[in-house]
Design a protein around this ligand. Structure first.
Ligand code: JCF
Length: 691
């Protein structure tokens, strides 16, 4: 039985570990422990606090969730108003801004703190004696809403400050946002479950913070960047904004890693272009950059106009959303037959590119948005992703429109479109009879990360399938220069274009020779690329790599059943089922044999057969901290002896290796009567078996 003192000490230690993990993840951007480990620490702390309620403190990490739903938000008056920023779109406007500061202050090329302008929701966080006491939205700048309970659920918001020398009262301002990846993952899940999707990361952040039930907010993957200080009392700040941001970081607040210091107009514009070029690569949405005069004495001298400071400017990027009309809704058939509705749009420039098509994802999405032919819609193009329809503008709907419906038949091969139970996608049932699926599978096979056949572009694949007699990827390797030239002549006749093959015979034959050479070069490949190129459903690059590593040769893989397949790390019954179904298909077997016969080849090695090692057929779970090796090392060594290392304990677990501070998995193992090894036993075993 643990004494109260033991429990208190353990709780302190757990809190420190959890807070440290948060700090490393959100502030330093260097994750230090796995999600599962984090969850385990948090669960242990929860259990401890449940057994010893006197240990619960408002700033314990367990208090991030748990507050009860509210019926409304209280108002919060901002002691110092939360201002907005003046906007600029053109370089000249930035020049005016800089000139005004230079003229007023009588300085040349002053220093500016520069940062990306994150597309989220502005909030204020109040700390008293280092403890988070209140969080509020910006609202109209004077009065916001008290969303303390919701902000507590945001792990990037510190519940108490780190370090030292913070003012007794400190109000930190910043932006709550939803990272792009978290937004995409959230929507993918929501679509699967048939729930409402979020329109964009910004709405995601705003909507999540305005949930009356903090439990809902807690499930939304929100993050936070600090960018300014409001009220302070009982302490001082450094003389510049950039130093203040560095201080905030030390106190535990995430600050954007893209922050910089720039001098004069040229420095600002260079920063704008640099961030603009990196925009798509950033893990969060931004709509511009913010310049702030760095010195606070300069800021005070500049003062304010109306609602915005004269010492700061938001330099915006061109809009990524525009309005246009839907001229038609068509269905595109992908490699696996998935039918994707696509809106054909009146051409509209969006952030510098003319958009004429936008994806509608699937039939459910069309129904949810209720997009109809004739509608005016908002389209969005975020970086390199496919443009999408965000929403309909209902006021602009013309009379006499009808809800859209998925057609009954494939627009390409007329086969029936079918939908599996519980699936969001409709598929063409034509299989490889459908030219659209054949074309897509050839494109995939030839793509850069697959067999990488240079010059086998979109148009040529269309022509090869329609006019070149190419039925499957295996036919590519039978093509000769003459076949390509004949195909091109037929394409020219069909299109009524000037026959280049006649006019510039030499050039045309050069093109054909190059393509034939590229096809020939692609024969020398790797098993991993080959497996990926086959386009087996659910087998992406990572799975192809794992399969190649595990089985070593195609024949070993072809001979594998479900039991052998699920021995491969990260392959479960669903993926195994897809692989088996693919290889069971006679046509697929024939294509593979034809490819091998044509000379497609790769180096092979003996299978890393699990059934060979002393731990063959055993499933092992690792928990707690091991002293002598990292988790990954232990996993690798166990796998080398034939074990499958799993993440959770079940009746099928052969044994659990428990390091120090093992928690719920160890409890589960005890509960189920699963064998438990300590680290010493594992070490002895590995030594004895040369693992
Ligand atoms: O990232 C932002 N959205 C952002 C908004 C950054 C800032 O530095 C801001 C802001 C709004 C007002 N600064 C102020 C004064």
């Amino acid at each position: 039985m643990k004494t109260a003192e033991d429990a208190r000490r353990r709780a302190l230690r757990l809190r420190a570990q959890i807070e440290d993990a948060n700090y490393r993840y959100y502030v330093l951007d260097e994750p230090s422990i796995a999600d599962a480990e984090y969850d385990r620490l948090l669960r242990e702390l929860e259990e401890l606090e449940r057994a010893h309620p006197e240990l619960v403190a408002p700033d314990s990490p367990t208090q991030r969730v748990g507050a009860r739903p509210a019926s409304e938000f209280a108002e919060v008056r901002h002691e110092i108003p939360m201002l907005s920023l003046a906007n600029a779109f053109r370089d000249e406007e930035v020049a005016d801004f800089v000139r005004r500061i230079e003229d007023t202050l009588g300085v040349k090329d002053p220093a500016f703190s520069t940062e990306p302008k994150v597309d989220g929701l502005a909030i204020s966080l109040r700390y008293e004696d280092g403890v988070f006491v209140r969080g509020a939205t910006r609202g109209d700048g004077t009065t916001g809403e008290d969303v303390t309970a919701n902000l507590r659920t945001v792990r990037a918001v510190p519940l108490h400050l780190r370090g030292h020398d913070w003012p007794r009262v400190l109000e930190v301002r910043g932006e709550v946002y939803m990272p792009k990846a978290a937004f995409a993952a959230y929507n993918a899940q929501a679509l699967k479950r048939g729930e409402k999707t979020l329109a964009n990361p910004r709405n995601g952040a705003a909507g999540s913070l305005r949930q009356l039930d903090p439990q809902v907010t807690a499930r939304r993957p929100l993050a936070f960047f600090a960018y300014a200080v409001g009220v302070i009392d009982g302490g001082t700040l450094p003389p510049t904004h950039s130093q203040t941001l560095a201080r905030l970081r030390e106190w535990g607040f995430p600050v954007s890693g893209e922050i910089g210091l720039a001098h004069g107009l040229d420095g600002l514009l260079a920063y704008y272009r640099r961030i603009g070029a990196r925009r798509d690569a950033l893990p969060y949405e931004i709509d511009g950059v913010v310049y702030k005069l760095d010195r606070y004495d300069g800021q005070r001298a500049m003062g304010f106009v109306a609602r915005a400071p004269r010492w700061a400017l938001a330099h915006k990027f061109p809009a990524q959303e525009e309005m246009t009309t839907v001229e038609a809704i068509e269905v595109q058939i992908g490699r696996t037959g998935a039918a994707t509705p696509v809106a054909r749009l009146a051409p509209v420039p969006v952030a510098g590119v003319t958009v004429t098509n936008a994806t509608l994802h699937n039939a459910d999405q069309v129904a949810r948005l209720d997009v109809r032919v004739g509608d005016t819609v908002i389209v969005r193009r975020a970086g390199d992703v496919i443009p999408e329809v965000v929403r309909v503008v209902p006021e602009r709907r013309p009379r006499g429109t009808h809800p859209w419906q998925m057609p009954k038949h494939c627009p390409v091969c007329r086969s029936e479109l079918v939908r599996e139970e519980g699936e969001a996608v409709w598929r063409c049932s034509g299989g490889l009879y459908c030219p659209a699926q054949r074309k897509e599978s050839i494109r995939h096979f030839a793509s850069r990360r697959a067999l990488d056949i240079e010059g086998l572009g979109e148009r040529i694949v269309d022509d090869l399938v329609e006019l070149g007699g190419v039925e499957s990827v295996a036919d590519l390797y039978r093509l000769r220069v003459d076949d390509l030239l004949a195909m091109k002549r037929r394409a020219e006749e069909r299109d009524g274009t000037v026959p280049e093959t006649v006019k510039k015979g030499r050039i045309a034959s050069k093109w054909a020779e190059n393509l034939i050479a590229a096809i020939a070069r692609s024969k020398d490949t790797t098993l991993e690329r080959f497996l990926y190129a086959l386009g087996i459903p659910e087998v992406g690059e990572a799975t192809a790599k794992a399969l190649a590593r595990h089985f070593g040769s195609l024949d070993a893989l072809l001979a594998a059943g479900e039991a052998e397949l699920t021995e491969v790390p990260d392959i479960g019954p669903v993926v195994a089922g897809c692989i088996l179904a693919f290889f069971r298909e006679r046509h697929n077997r024939a294509v593979i044999e034809a490819l091998r016969a044509a000379g497609v080849r790769w180096p092979e090695h003996a299978p890393r057969r699990a059934s060979a090692g002393p731990l063959a057929g055993k499933t092992v779970v690792l928990t707690g901290t091991l002293g002598a090796f990292t988790r990954d090392e232990a996993k690798e060594r166990l796998e080398a002896l034939g074990a499958k290392v799993a993440g959770s304990v079940s009746k099928k677990t052969s044994f659990v290796v428990a390091g120090s501070e093992a928690g719920s998995k160890l409890d589960k193992a005890r509960e189920l009567g699963v064998e438990i090894w300590d680290e010493a036993r594992l070490q002895t075993f590995l030594e004895q078996h040369g693992g």
